[in-house]
Design a protein around this ligand. Structure first.
Ligand code: HGY
Ligand code: MN
Ligand code: MN
Length: 399
C-alpha cells in the first residue's frame, strides 16, 4: 500500500508532497482509497462533505442495535511540500490492521470503519480539518463554499470541477452517529518518543492544545521602488513585518508558539512597493488564555499600521475521551500518554461529542510538515499491531 501511495503528488526534486483538496492528486488518492477498500470487500460510503468511509459490517444495522461502529483512519492530503506520513500513515495502518484482524479470524461484534477525511490540512482553502468541521457543523457549508484558494477558485467551484454538487455540502449528523468511537493513528509531530528517557515506539494521545489561524492584512500604496521618496512611501510590508516580529515576541513571552508561514504580496514585484500584504498567523499553546494574549498583541500592532487581523479558525482545548485514553494505554501495556500541539480530525470529532483518542508512532527526526518527516518500518508495524489490539478490544464481543 505504501509503495502505491508514494508517487502520488510527490515533488521529485524535494521529495515533498503536494496533495491538496479536490485536485488531481487528491482524486488519485481517493481512487487508491476505494481500490484498497474494495479489495477487502468493504462498503465505501462518501458523506455530504466528500469524506470517504469504508465499512466492514453494516453501521446502520449496528447503530439500530445500539452498537455503533468503531472507526479508525485519518487523511491523505498534505501541506505544501509535506511529509509522506502525516495522514497516510493512519489510513494505511487502518487497512493493515483490518488485514491482521481477518488473518487472526477475528469476528467483530461491531462494524469497523476506515475513514479518509478530506482537506485536513486546509492547505488550499485555508481552514484546517475542513472535512470534519463541515461534517460536524463546526464550519458552515456556506462559509466553506465561499473559501477561495490562491488562484481565487472557491471551494464550491473546486467541488463542481471534481464532479460533486456544492449545494449538497453540509453537516451530516447521520454519518457522525455511526461512529461509536474514533481512534486516529498518526505519525508523531515532535521528538518526545525519541527522548532517551522515553525511547518508546508508540504513545496514546490525550489532548490537543488550543490553536488557531488568523489572517493579517496590511495596506499601502503601490509605487516605484526606486523613484518614490521614503517620506512618500506607504509600504504595506512594514506593518506586516512588525506583526510577524510581534507574534514571535508575544509567543516567547507567553509560553506559546507562533509563526507566519504563508504570505501573499500585491502586486508582488521586486521593484514595486507593496500595496497589500496578506499573511496567516498560526498560534498555539497549552494555555488558551496565553494564546489569546499573543493574538491580541499582534492585533494591536496590526491596528497601529491600520491593518486588519481576523480569525480564520479556532480550536479550543481538546481533551480526548479520558476513559478511552486510559483503556488504550492499559491495553497497550502502559505506553506513554502525551498531548500534542497539532490539530487533527480526531479533535474535531472529540469536540462534536464522539469518544475519540489517538495513537502516535515515533518520528526520529521529530520534523513534520516537511519531506524530513519520518518513521521507521519497525515502528510503523508496531503501530499497526497496536491498532489491531485496540480494534480487537473496542469492536470485540466483550466491548
Ligand atoms: O495544523 C495542524 O496542526 C494539522 O497538521 N492540520
Ligand atoms: Mn498535518
Ligand atoms: Mn495530520
Amino acid at each position: 500500500m505504501w509503495r502505491d501511495l508514494t508517487p502520488i503528488g510527490r515533488d521529485d526534486r524535494t521529495h515533498g508532497y503536494h496533495r491538496f483538496a479536490w485536485t488531481r492528486a487528491d482524486h488519485t488518492l481517493r481512487e487508491w482509497f476505494v481500490g484498497e477498500a474494495e479489495r477487502r470487500g468493504l462498503d465505501v460510503v462518501v458523506d455530504r462533505v466528500g469524506n470517504q468511509w469504508a465499512w466492514w459490517g453494516d453501521p446502520d444495522e449496528a447503530l439500530a442495535a445500539g452498537r455503533p461502529g468503531i472507526v479508525t483512519g485519518s487523511h491523505l492530503d498534505s501541506v505544501p511540500d509535506g511529509g509522506a506520513f502525516d495522514g497516510p500513515l493512519g489510513v494505511v495502518s487502518a487497512f493493515a490492521a483490518l488485514d491482521a484482524l481477518r488473518r487472526d479470524g477475528f469476528e467483530p461484534d461491531r462494524p469497523i470503519g476506515v475513514v479518509n477525511f478530506i482537506d485536513e490540512e486546509g492547505a488550499r482553502f485555508g481552514v484546517a480539518c475542513a472535512g470534519s468541521r463541515i461534517l460536524t457543523g463546526a464550519m458552515t457549508a456556506d462559509r466553506a463554499r465561499s473559501l477561495t484558494d490562491g488562484e481565487g477558485v472557491s471551494m464550491a467551484e473546486a467541488l463542481r470541477a471534481a464532479g460533486r454538487d456544492p449545494e449538497g455540502l453540509g453537516p451530516d449528523a447521520e454519518t457522525v452517529r455511526r461512529v461509536g468511537a474514533f481512534v486516529e493513528l498518526h505519525v508523531e509531530q515532535g521528538r518526545h518518543l525519541s527522548l532517551p528517557e522515553v525511547d518508546q515506539p508508540l504513545a496514546v494521545g490525550s489532548d490537543i492544545w488550543p490553536h488557531g489561524r488568523w489572517r493579517i492584512r496590511t495596506l499601502g500604496e503601490a509605487n516605484h521602488a526606486g523613484t518614490t521618496r521614503l517620506a512618500d512611501r506607504e509600504d504595506a510590508m512594514l506593518g506586516f513585518a512588525a506583526a510577524v516580529i510581534s507574534a514571535r515576541r508575544a509567543a516567547e513571552a507567553n509560553g506559546c508558539v507562533a509563526t507566519v508561514g504563508k504570505v501573499v504580496v500585491t502586486p508582488g514585484g521586486v521593484n514595486a512597493i507593496p500595496s497589500e500584504v496578506t499573511g496567516w498567523l498560526d498560534a498555539r499553546g497549552s494555555d488558551e488564555t496565553a494564546v489569546r494574549l499573543v493574538v491580541d498583541e499582534v492585533r494591536e500592532v496590526v491596528a497601529d499600521f491600520e491593518g486588519l487581523l481576523t480569525e480564520d479558525s479556532w480550536t479550543g482545548p481538546t481533551p480526548f475521551d479520558p476513559a478511552l485514553v486510559r483503556r488504550l494505554a492499559t491495553r497497550l501495556g502502559g505506553i506513554p500518554v502525551i498531548g500534542t500541539g497539532a490539530g487533527h480530525d480526531a479533535g474535531i470529532l472529540a469536540n462534536a461529542g464522539v469518544p475519540t483518542a489517538m495513537l502516535f508512532v515515533r518520528n526520529p527526526t521529530g520534523i513534520s510538515h516537511s519531506p524530513e518527516e519520518f518513521a521507521t518500518s519497525q515502528d510503523c508495524l508496531a503501530g499497526v499491531e497496536a491498532l489491531t489490539t485496540v480494534l480487537t478490544d473496542l469492536a470485540g464481543a466483550s466491548a
